[in-house]
Design a protein. Structure first.
Length: 434
């Protein structure tokens, strides 16, 4: 081939290449995967941008979520410490003893909870299944899992102790065991979810509805960060629940259907020896589905404070752990638990004018008694004299009345105390002669 023909061909190829560049334009390349999270999903990172000074590509860093720069709801409280930026769509940090919410972001947005649902499932099992009760896996429970679901592959007719079943629920997040537990407690999943929703309302949840015991995606199965914090806090107050929540390792020995022992490891990676270990973390529950994103509940204690952090719809497991650490840093560095030093002497409370004629030795008042000290959680440096107190008598269908005192800082609840009557009111009635 002549040199002239070769040059002509090169010119043609160069022209085609130039036209291709003009047609496609200088569009940036798609975001690239930068490793994988614990669920096998690629961690997406921003496209590298050349450094203007050195001409070298800048270090690749993960892109922030669309929620990262959104201010916390609690930032609007006058005098409250500014909360950290977090990747998750919604989050709450609460003191489990005072119920003070230290941080909240989109706290009342209804979202899918995934497997943190099992916190309530486990609590209800702790309350309703005796220690010696055996749990037999039904056909429906065994068949309730699909490919990719969390499971210990329990067989129909397989028998477990209560503790084995609940360890499988909390550590392995076994979906079929959640169903087996629900059937043991209430006879059916439908009846159990009715119990779940009833208890959620008792805990003060207003934007939550459960439709299954394991958290699999369902349009009628949702919660909020604030409601989940209430559930997690209430569960923590049950010592038996804490046994299953904080265990790092458990072995289920051979059963009537499975010849080998099952080794269960806590999936929560902030506990001791975990990849994201954080000092003081006691336990919690992880969750993930495509619909919910990553969800996480974590308990942490330092000094005299025990905090619970709830993360909903995080973009990755790593971000959920990082957000939780940021919340705990914020909570322990900026807040303190304060003793209100309430008097243990009886506190008089006025009764209706007519009551003094029918109650013995009370005049126009009757006493309430504190049984424990009262604490509040305040930003460091805030004096308790800045708090406002509101009181209300809570009716009781059976037993003594209760007097609840709530303490507020700039209209934000920071703690409460409960006082009780020493006697039932009916015992104080004047005796009349026949």
């Amino acid at each position: 081939m002549s040199i002239t023909k070769k040059r002509s061909l090169r010119q043609i190829f160069a022209g085609i290449l130039c036209m291709g560049i003009l047609i496609t334009g200088a569009q940036p390349c798609a975001a690239a995967a930068y490793g994988y999270d614990e669920y096998g999903d690629p961690i997406v990172t921003a496209t590298p941008v050349p450094d203007s000074q050195s001409g070298q590509a800048a270090q690749v860093t993960p892109a922030h979520s669309s929620y990262y720069n959104q201010a916390a709801d609690t930032d609007s409280i006058d005098g409250w410490p500014t909360g950290p930026n977090i990747e998750a769509q919604a989050a709450v940090l609460m003191d489990v003893n005072t119920e003070a919410v230290l941080y909240s972001k989109n706290a009342d947005t209804q979202l899918y909870p995934a497997s943190i649902t099992k916190i309530l499932t486990t609590l209800l099992a702790c309350e309703n299944i005796p220690y010696k009760q055996k749990i037999t896996v039904s056909e429906s429970a065994s068949a309730s899992v699909s490919a990719g679901d969390s499971s210990i592959y329990a067989a129909p007719g397989e028998v477990f102790t209560r503790d084995q079943a609940l360890m499988a629920v909390m550590l392995q997040s076994a979906n079929e065991m959640s169903v087996a537990v629900a059937e043991q407690v209430s006879g059916s999943v439908k009846k159990f979810t009715e119990l779940m929703n009833w208890r959620a309302k008792l805990f003060g949840c207003k934007n939550t509805h459960f439709n299954n015991p394991n958290g699999l995606p369902d349009e009628n199965h949702y919660t909020t960060a604030s409601d989940m914090a209430r559930i997690a806090k209430s569960a923590w107050l049950n010592p038996l629940y804490r046994k299953f929540c904080t265990r790092r390792y458990y072995e289920i020995p051979a059963t009537n259907k499975f010849a080998e022992a099952r080794q269960l490891l806590n999936h929560h990676k902030m506990i001791k020896n975990g990849e994201y270990y954080y000092e003081g973390v006691l336990g919690g529950k992880t969750g993930y589905t495509d619909a919910s994103g990553n969800t996480l509940v974590t308990y942490c204690r330092r000094g005299n404070m025990t905090l619970v952090a709830v993360i909903l719809n995080s973009t990755s497991a790593a971000n959920a752990y990082s957000d939780t650490a940021s919340l705990f840093n914020y909570g322990f560095e900026n807040f303190e638990k304060v003793d209100m030093k309430v008097s243990m002497n009886p506190v008089p409370f006025k009764v209706l004018p007519c009551d003094k004629y029918i109650l013995k030795d009370n005049g126009n008042t009757y006493p309430f008694y504190y049984k424990t000290k009262v604490y509040v959680t305040l930003p460091k440096g805030i004096r308790k004299s800045k708090l406002n107190k509101r009181q209300a008598v809570l009716q009781n269908a059976a037993g003594p009345l209760r007097l609840k005192s709530k303490y507020y800082y700039n209209k934000h609840l920071v703690g409460w105390g409960m006082q009780y009557e020493r006697n039932v009111v009916s015992d104080l009635l004047l005796q009349t002669s026949s």
